[in-house]
Design a protein around this ligand. Structure first.
Ligand code: IMP
Length: 183
């Protein structure tokens, strides 16, 4: 789905597919440098991170396995509460492994703080985060995102894995929605 296919639903394009790919290639180069010679395990959080994971892992110059978690965060509408339940746990034991959590967006950071605390109890050799997008509110919680694609304003965005009520995940770009879509 392209921006043109979304028509008037899309208010503004923030990042084109090319810009996203270019930034992910830069992040992959940094990650490749930092994890050279180490066994890296990529951990994705369903479903938003699917597209970031798919492009990021292919941009790495070495083989890196992936594993997935699904969580549900209790919240109302577009806000998360930080109360999290694991819907699908990892298939692998991350004990002693170098784990990089791959995320689509860090908004309040509440969901990710919970996930990081949970993963830390499993004693990985290292535990870091790579997020394509980060919103300013994330700065208010104690969450260290080592690899950030883009810092964005406090607006609700869709596309490239990010949804509004499960829609627009397959949009190639990232953009904001027309307020009419929410009403
Ligand atoms: P947080 O706990 O507030 O950091 O939000 C976590 C999750 O909320 C993200 O992984 C997304 O799935 C979702 N989310 C937060 N902001 C947005 C947005 O702007 N668009 C789509 N989903 C979002």
């Amino acid at each position: 789905m392209d921006a043109a296919d979304a028509g008037a639903d899309l208010a503004r394009v923030l990042f084109t597919e090319d810009e996203i790919h270019a930034r992910l290639a830069e992040l992959a180069a940094e990650i490749a440098r930092d994890y050279a010679g180490k066994d890296l395990l990529l951990v994705g959080v369903l479903k938003g991170a699917v597209l970031v994971m798919s492009d990021l892992m292919r941009a790495l110059p070495f083989s890196a396995p992936m594993d997935w978690m699904a969580v549900s965060s209790y919240g109302s509408g577009t806000k998360s509460s930080g109360v999290v339940r694991i819907m699908k746990d990892l298939d692998t034991d991350i004990g002693g492994k170098h784990v990089l959590v791959v995320e689509d967006i860090v908004d309040s950071g509440l969901t990710l703080s919970w996930i990081m605390a949970n993963l830390a109890t499993r004693l990985p050799a290292s535990l870091q985060i790579c997020a394509l997008l980060r919103k300013p509110d994330a700065a208010k919680v104690d969450i260290d995102v080592k690899y950030v694609g883009f810092d964005i304003p406090n607006e609700f965005v869709v596309g490239y894995g990010l949804d509004y009520a499960e829609r627009y995940r397959n949009l190639r770009c990232i953009g904001t929605l027309d307020p009419a879509v929410y009403s």
